[in-house]
Design a protein around this ligand. Structure first.
Ligand SMILES: NC(=O)c1ccc[n+]([C@@H]2O[C@H](COP(=O)([O-])OP(=O)(O)OC[C@H]3O[C@@H](n4cnc5c(N)ncnc54)[C@H](O)[C@@H]3O)[C@@H](O)[C@H]2O)c1
Length: 366
């Protein structure tokens, strides 16, 4: 067996973690030969619930579960971690404005960004799940000057999986035979689920579905799926979110299937005209533990309008927390070609793709 990897999970006693931790411990995320150390983090008042969950994990006798540690603060919980799954966040309370929600989460993710900077392994990979996920990822990333922005991602894989599942049901296809769906933008109701590049059994999806259904039924259904689930079960999606976290991390670390595209919320490098420096969901492929934006997809004016709408929302969210973003990390988020650790330009040593490449490597050079 390999050396164990250290995984920190915040909000570890919450609903998503209740599904997720068992999948991680059983090897679903990083493979059946990868032992894991779980560093679980909760609010001080939730530590007893967390202790109960840890006992259940122990009782499963998972061969891959090396150690569990419990923490009521991130500074301790992030020590030496290779992966951070940031799930805990402040939920929207009664009478709370959107700007209040952004601000109270900004405090949490500022502290977490700093703690990652100071205590995590230098190659840590971070997934932000807690909402508003894209902007929380921005805040954490901007507060970690020693890490590259490309080490931070936000979860839009749930939206991607929802689109695949619902399309499979509509067409009668097996989800396995559906590929190249793209979620653009924010994990919110402004997201743009794009089927123009998608295929069912290698045939273009758009030839097989009615455009009216796509525009008036499918898109709003994906955009509002989260709310629909809350209405039906009074609590938000948890098991499907946990599955999406597994899929996101597994693809990032172990690579996407050949020819497949997945959606990840990542810092924009200006691809597709999206403003640099915000966390926006792009089509990506992963290999060698790095993601690459898939470039060169044809976007119609109709699609561009939707991409701009969700971009505008993310720019608004950024404006609402801008006073909390340290100016010292502005440049690194505007120019991803700078490698923060060594100061080497991404392409300077010839390791980057050439100008004709369809893919742009946005991770730093190691
Ligand atoms: N991006 C997505 O696709 C997606 C999907 C589903 C849910 N979410 C979001 O994920 C978050 C968690 O959802 P859930 O259903 O597990 O919620 P939950 O309320 O069941 O659990 C959240 C847990 O986080 C803990 N917590 C809160 N702040 C914390 C902090 N600063 N440090 C450590 N722990 C903290 C709470 O004590 C609680 O136990 C929510 O913000 C939800 O909106 C995102």
């Amino acid at each position: 067996m390999r050396r164990p990897v250290r995984i920190a999970v915040t909000g570890a006693a919450g609903a998503i973690s209740n599904s997720l931790l068992f999948k991680v411990a059983s090897g679903e995320m990083f493979g059946k030969d990868q032992p894991v150390i779980l560093q679980l983090i909760e609010m001080p008042g939730r530590m007893e619930a967390l202790r109960g969950l840890a006992m259940e994990l122990e009782d499963c006798a998972y061969p891959l579960l090396h150690t569990i540690t419990l923490h009521d603060n991130v500074e301790e919980g992030f020590n030496n971690i290779h992966y951070a799954l940031l799930i805990g966040a402040r939920p929207r309370g009664p009478g709370m404005e959107r700007s209040d929600l952004l601000e109270s989460n900004a405090e949490i993710f500022t502290r977490q960004g700093r703690a990652l900077n100071d205590y995590a392994n230098r190659d840590v990979k971070v997934l932000v799940v807690g909402n508003p996920a894209n902007t929380n990822a921005l805040i954490a990333s901007r507060n970690a000057p020693k890490l590259s922005p490309s080490q931070f991602t936000a979860l839009t894989r749930l939206d991607h999986n929802r689109a695949k599942g619902i399309l499979a049901n509509h067409t009668g296809a097996n989800p396995r035979n559906i590929g190249r769906i793209v979620i653009w933008g924010n994990h919110s109701t402004t997201q743009y689920p794009d089927l123009h590049h998608a295929t069912v059994l290698d045939e273009p999806v758009m030839n097989q579905i009615d455009f009216d259904w796509y525009q008036n039924v499918f898109i709003p259904k994906i955009q509002n799926r989260g709310a629909e689930i809350i209405e039906a079960r009074s609590v938000s999606s948890a098991a499907s979110a946990a599955q999406a976290v597994v899929d996101h991390m597994r693809d990032w670390i172990l690579g996407t299937d050949a020819g497949e595209i997945v959606s990840m919320g990542i810092v924009s490098d200006g691809s597709y005209g999206v403003e640099k420096g915000i966390f926006y969901s792009f089509p990506v492929r992963c290999d060698y533990g790095r993601y690459q934006i898939v470039r060169g997809l044809d976007i119609s004016e109709w699609g561009r309008e939707r991409m701009r709408l969700t971009e505008a929302e993310l720019l608004d969210e950024k404006a609402a927390v801008n006073h909390l973003l340290p100016p010292e990390t502005e440049a690194s988020h505007q120019n991803l070609s700078i490698c923060l650790r060594s100061g080497v330009t991404l392409y300077a040593d010839g390791t980057g793709p050439d100008a004709s490449s369809k893919y742009l490597t946005t991770n730093r050079v190691m």
